[in-house]
Structure formats: structure tokens, C-alpha cells
Design a protein around this ligand. Sequence first.
Ligand code: NAD
Ligand code: DAU
Length: 335
Amino acid sequence: MKILVTGGAGFIGSNFIHYILRIYPEYHVINLDAVTYAGNLENLKEWKDDARYSFVKGSITDKDLVDGLVAEADIIVHFAAESHVDRSILNPDAFIVTNICGTYTLLEAARKYNRRFHHISTDEVFGALGPNDRPFDENTAYDPRSPYSASKASSDHLARAYFHTYGLPITISNCSNNYGPYHFPEKLIPLAITNLLENKKVPVYGDGLQVRDWLYVEDHCKAIDLIMHKGKTGETYCVGGGSEQPNIWIVKKLLALLGKDENLIEYVKDRAGHDRRYAIDFSKIKKELGWEPQVNLEEGLKNTIEWYKNNQDWWRKIKSGEYKDYYAKQYNDGK
Ligand code: NAD
Ligand code: DAU
């Protein structure tokens, strides 16, 4: 099997490539990635000379490039996206181009060669839940509220439309907040861990009582593996960690695990349009494909802390580069 992975140099994509190449010795992976600020080829350096892995630098919006790569592949697993909500608020442009036009370009090529297509999406397309609302499931109506989630909702609709209109064999997964190794340190958990390792404060937006459902990235990779091989085409699968917690709980837990003092918490201005709560009902994928999360939040956070302690070069290089200016600006605006 030859898998075209888009966005494989990013957080979830690189974890997925490691997972696939380790589990399936006979599989080949082509990684198409534009290597934006979020892409990092260091993530995959152990495979760079392996005959089963090849890397192509380029954009999913490049029609000719995409056409040639899709023609070679048996299946496309599509991760490539602009993924950070705060950046989408500051500048939505790249979100529209990559997440909508890029997905369209891939779908067109998949249609031309009738290729199996798995689209990775997010629970953010469903909007925000109140404290007593039922968790999102596959029947929840779409209600995206940020430029990021609106762009992901658009790409989901396109993928579904290609199934209904052209019979393209697609599947979609909408998952909750991933965490684990190789997570870019602009997102809450890796930002908090790396700041705390540097004895810096952790910015908590608003009152810190926004709730997210946390999914260990390896569990997500296992879910994608099952959907790729056993998922029913045309179907959507909601994937969650079963670990709902308010942001302030996460930050205090990291402080405790790292033996740091709570004076390192700094409450800052809230994110515009901040969704209050996400939660996922993953009973469909559990019932139909036998998937459920294996790594609980405490264990996942401990593994993640260990990874950031053992890979300081990886994140220190990022934090002292382009990222530094981006976050310094936003953090000051937020005070
Ligand atoms: P990421 O930002 O870490 O990585 C994105 C990757 O896509 C990077 O390697 C980047 O270089 C690449 N990329 C961006 N624009 C590109 C383009 N035009 N052409 C080719 N490559 C391009 O993102 P992530 O957190 O790994 O998320 C991967 C996917 O999973 C995204 O589609 C995201 O919407 C979805 N998702 C993420 C989460 C999460 O918690 N991280 C949760 C639900 C869904
Ligand atoms: O729910 C899935 C989504 O999870 C994915 O689709 C996105 O690609 C991914 O980035 C993530 O989005 P969030 O906005 O939930 O993740 P983030 O880590 O940016 O923020 C998590 C929560 O923590 C959110 O409520 C905002 C808050 N936060 C975030 C940062 C970066 C803070 O309080 N302080 C911070 O510094």
C-alpha cells in the first residue's frame, strides 16, 4: 500500500507517519508538505534514508504536483492545514487558501484517479457546547465560529459532496484536541510545558474555565488506521479522548507534575469568540470499528512532559526563531 500523507511534517501527520512505518513494514509513505512555520523535517529524520519513505516539498494547492502524487498513491490521508485558531483570528488568508482550496485541489485529483480519501477534521466545526449539552456526535449540526473552524467545515462539506456527487470513496474524522510528542509550542499543552521548563509564566485566556477534550496523539493515529482500513466510505467518525477538562485544570496539573508554583499562571485577555466547551461522543467508532482511547490523561501528560524534557533542542530552536516574535506580540496584546 502506498499512502500519500499531506502535512506529514506537522504534529499529527509526523506521529501518523512514524506509526504507519513502524506497524506496517510493507507500506510506503509519500509525505507532501509545504513546510510552513508548523512543519518540521526534524520530526521524521529517522526515516529520511528509508526506501519506504519519501518527502516532497510543495503545496496541496499546486494542481500539477498534486495530480502526479495522487496518481501514484492508493490512498490519500489528508492532514495538511493551517491549524492554529489564534493565527486564523489574526490573519485568515492562509486558512482559506490551504484548508479550502488545498482540499479542493486534492479532491479533484482523487476524483480523476478514483482514489480512497481520508479527510482529517476537527470537533471545532460543531461550534461550542454549554455545560449541560450532550457531547458532539456525527449528527451534530455544523456551527463553526472561527475562521479556522469555518475553513475546516468548508473542507468537510467538499469531501462529503464528492462522495454524494461523484461517488468518491471518502471518509472523514472529526477529533478533539490532540497532545503528545512533536506538538508545536504555540498550542496550550506544549506552550505550558516548555514555558514551565524555562520557568516562564503560562498565559491562560479569560477565566481558564473553557473545556477541551484531550486525545493522546497515538490513540488518534490508531483511530485513523482503523478508519483507513475498515471505515465505511461516505461515513464520518467522531474521535475523542474521553478526557474533558477546563484549561486551568490542565495548567495546574502540568505545574504539579513539573513541581512548579502556581504563581507561574498568568491570566490574560480572552481569545475573540472563544468556544466555551468541546466534548465528543465516540460511541460510533467504538461500536463499528472497536476503537477507544487507550492512554488516559494523566499518563499522556506524563509521557508528553518526558518527551519535551528529552527533546529540548527541538523546541528551543523553534521558540528562539520565528515563533518568538509571533507569540511576544500576541501575548502583549492579550495582557
Ligand atoms: P500542524 O499545524 O502541526 O501541521 C500542519 C502541517 O501542514 C505542517 O507540516 C505544514 O507545513 C503543512 N501545511 C500547511 N499548509 C500546507 C500546504 N498548503 N501544503 C502542504 N502542506 C501544508 O497541524 P496538526 O495539529 O498536526 O493538525 C493536522 C490536521 O489535523 C489539520 O487538518 C487539523 O485541522 C486537524 N486537527 C488537529 C487537531 C489538533 O489538536 N492538533 C485536532 C483536530 C483536527
Ligand atoms: O478541538 C480541536 C482543535 O484543537 C484543533 O482543530 C486545532 O487545530 C487545535 O489547534 C486545537 O484548537 P484549540 O484552540 O482548542 O487549541 P489551543 O491549544 O490553541 O487552545 C486550547 C485551549 O487553551 C483553548 O481554550 C484556548 C486556551 N489557551 C490556548 C493558548 C495557546 C490558553 O488559555 N492559553 C494559551 O496560551
